[in-house]
Design a protein around this ligand. Structure first.
Ligand code: GTP
Length: 379
């Protein structure tokens, strides 16, 4: 209990900037306060049939809700928009759609929704019959693709915790085949669907979300490159750049990721935050459990060392290395210092690009404003 509270307190107090804006679904999509938002923050849509697990995914990944608590979630009956702005790299909007909503209703402006979308996550309940879900997936994907061919289509074959390993692979193969056959029949084989086996009861949902988010980070190749250089010069075997609050890893080096390593990293972040919440905060509630001083070293009993260091207010680097390589800690720390500086530079460039883009769209917007001050939607 303490564990979850500590983590939850952190998410709430310091970083996760959440604003859940309810948008009425009757009528047009209306009145977003920031008309430039879609240009600055990519949109991630969560779609799928009722009770497939959309809200649970959002709550577990971004609100630190414990999986068991999702049993009591009520059905979503409005589109719920949420801003996730943990860091300059992890910054997007998630739109949770109610399962029963007919978003192809003529009064519903789906073109506007899809136009600003970076990724569409379609959730399929693997414990249920998925025939209807597949036809809905086909309809959603084909409509969305017509409006915006740049959307990444991500299919979460969800709730796989109840399935054996063989069963999981079999389900994935079947869903993959059927979904792609449907697209081929419609002459749309160029649409690429990515599939993930997910569950909120283990780390698979965080790993899948990490991959979805990574595709929306234009600087990913640069970050990967920096990590590759860092590990090869420091005798490190594997390194992840984590968004501490959501435990999404926004980049890793180019060696393959195995689930166990990822899980260990998540556990290490939890331990650091929890210990810091309990022993690191002063009584007056000032400060956060994660700051410039945050770092941790864990020696595992298989001669591996895990090393965590703060990169920015929201990002942590978690590395795996052999004990003998850790003897050169001075070298690692020096290389880390260079790595951190490089990351800051990438941040700065991104901020500059964002600012100039925003300025440009503001100018475009004001040109479309009629003289009496009434704004015209730029369609
Ligand atoms: N076993 C299992 N159950 C899950 C998982 N994810 C969600 N659930 C359960 O599925 C049920 C429905 O979850 P919701 O998140 O409300 O589903 P939804 O898609 O948002 O539903 P609507 O709001 O009606 O569209 C809840 O009882 C969750 O506890 C999972 O990974 N495994």
């Amino acid at each position: 209990m303490k564990e979850w509270n500590a983590t939850r307190g952190f998410a709430h107090n310091s970083t996760l900037m959440l604003s859940c804006n309810m948008i009425q679904t009757d009528g047009m999509m209306l009145g977003f306060s920031d008309p430039f938002s879609s240009e600055v923050k990519p949109r991630i849509l969560l779609m799928g049939l009722r009770r497939s697990g959309k809200s649970s995914i959002q709550k577990v990944v971004f609100h630190k809700m414990s999986p068991n608590e999702t049993l009591f979630l009520e059905s979503t009956n409005k589109i719920c928009r949420e801003d996730v702005s943990n860091s300059s790299f992890v910054s997007f909007q998630i739109w949770d759609f109610p399962g029963q909503i007919d978003f192809f209703d003529p009064t519903f402006d789906y073109e506007m929704i899809f136009r600003g979308t970076g990724a569409l996550i379609f959730v399929i309940d693997s414990q249920d019959d998925y025939v209807e879900a597949l036809s809905r997936l086909h309809l959603t994907v084909t409509r969305a693709y017509k409006v915006n061919p740049d959307i990444n289509f991500e299919v979460f074959i969800h709730k796989v915790d109840g399935l054996s390993d063989d069963h999981k692979i079999e389900k994935q193969r079947d869903i993959h085949k059927r979904a792609n056959d449907d697209l081929a029949d419609a002459g749309l084989e160029r649409i690429h669907l990515s599939f993930y086996l997910t569950s909120i009861y283990d780390h698979s949902i965080f790993e899948a979300f990490s991959k979805v988010v990574q595709k929306l980070i234009p600087q990913l190749p640069t970050l990967e490159n920096l990590l590759n250089i860092f590990i090869s010069n420091s005798g490190i075997e594997k390194a992840f750049l984590f968004d501490v609050v959501s435990k999404i890893y926004i980049a890793t080096d180019s060696s393959p990721v195995d689930m166990q390593t990822y899980e260990l990293c998540c556990d290490m972040i939890d331990v650091v935050i929890d210990i810091s919440c309990i022993y690191g905060l002063t009584g007056d509630e000032v400060g956060t459990p994660y700051d410039k001083e945050s770092m941790a070293i864990i020696h595992l009993n298989n001669t591996t060392v895990m090393y965590l260091k703060e990169v920015t207010k929201f990002l942590a680097l978690v590395c795996f290395l052999r004990e003998e390589s850790f003897e050169r800690k001075g070298l690692i720390d020096y290389n880390f210092h260079c790595f951190k500086k490089a990351i800051e530079e990438v941040f700065d460039v991104r901020l500059k690009v964002q600012r100039s883009r925003k300025l440009l769209s503001q100018r475009r917007w004001s040109r479309q404003t009629v003289p009496n001050g009434t704004q015209v939607h730029p369609h």
